[in-house]
Design a binder for this molecule. Structure first.
Ligand code: ADE
Length: 289
């Protein structure tokens, strides 16, 4: 920690107050650090108290300004309300909320049970909705503000993680709705959609993922935490004051190209699963093998 390079002006977020969920590790911690470095008062939230307190202490020590840790399970609305109240009670206002907290596990769709599906939807979609709604109700409907939702590279479906793909797609759509409904309140809300990012979050996946993923990305590398943090800062900065309801893909064009999940061969097509070859209409057309 300390001294992350940034293109943003020193003191840009001075006197601003921000909450970052999932702020104890990985991308969330990077976002929190970037905000602290640029002068913001930051509350970081996550479920794991030990990691949260360690990260808050580290940031406070490195930047000489207290970063507030608040344990919060975003699947519990009362804990969300308490998180917002802690920021308001401590700093008297709330300018920015970054909804980065979330999680998922790899599993083929056919094997996901109701409990796993519900957990991922409740965290990533419902939890993010409650964060937005509570923030709006408690502060932003009267004072405006900025919300950034961190989603994922879901544009071609999300093979291997259908639950989080569905949840994140829901967040993208929800963001558009809230941008319109809360525009008159001065709330600007956008999404950042990271591709594969080199961060501690990688530990949740098989070790070969980083190299395989890099080969599938046109820029031929993984993204960095700082690249995601800087994209979030853009949406929080004066540069984005006319942008709301948008989603920015920060993925090295990974969403535009690549094989993704390997598709197994399907040698045993039943006759009624294949449409008849249109020989009469195009007699010269050769059927595929
Ligand atoms: N990160 C992953 N799951 C979470 C949850 N339920 N609450 C807050 N942060 C999380």
């Amino acid at each position: 920690m300390a001294g992350v390079s940034t293109v943003y002006r020193e003191g840009l977020f001075e006197d601003r107050v921000a909450i970052v969920t999932g702020g104890a590790t990985g991308i969330g911690l990077g976002i929190a650090e970037a905000l602290v470095q640029l002068g913001a008062q930051v509350v970081i939230a996550s479920r794991n108290e030990r990691r949260l307190v360690t990260s808050a202490r580290g940031l406070s020590r490195d930047y000489g300004r207290e970063v507030v840790p608040q344990v919060c399970n975003i699947r519990e609305r009362p804990q969300i309300d308490a998180l917002i109240d802690v920021a308001l009670g401590r700093f008297g206002k709330l300018d920015y909320v970054v909804n980065n907290g979330g999680g998922q596990f790899m599993a083929p769709a056919a094997e996901i049970r109701a409990k796993g599906w519900n957990a991922v939807i409740e965290t990533n979609l419902t939890g993010t909705f409650h964060m937005c709604q509570s923030t709006h109700a408690r502060w932003m409907k009267d004072h405006g503000g900025r919300i950034v939702n961190i989603v994922a590279d879901i544009w071609r479906g999300f093979p291997g993680m259908v639950h989080t793909g569905a949840a994140r797609a829901g967040v993208v759509n929800m963001t558009k709705t809230l941008a319109v409904e809360w525009a008159a309140d001065g709330v600007l809300i956008n999404c950042v959609a990271p591709g594969t990012i080199l961060s501690t979050g990688m530990h949740n996946y098989p070790p070969e993922i980083p190299m395989t993923a890099a080969a599938q990305i046109p820029l031929k590398r993984l993204g960095t935490v700082e690249e995601i943090a800087d994209s979030v800062l853009y949406f929080l900065s004066p540069a984005a004051s006319f942008t709301t309801g948008a989603t920015l893909a920060v993925d090295g064009a990974g969403s535009l190209w690549g094989d993704g999940l390997e598709i197994p061969d399907r040698p045993e097509w039943k006759p009624d699963q294949i449409p008849p070859w249109p020989e009469e209409r195009w007699p010269d057309l050769v059927p595929p093998e």
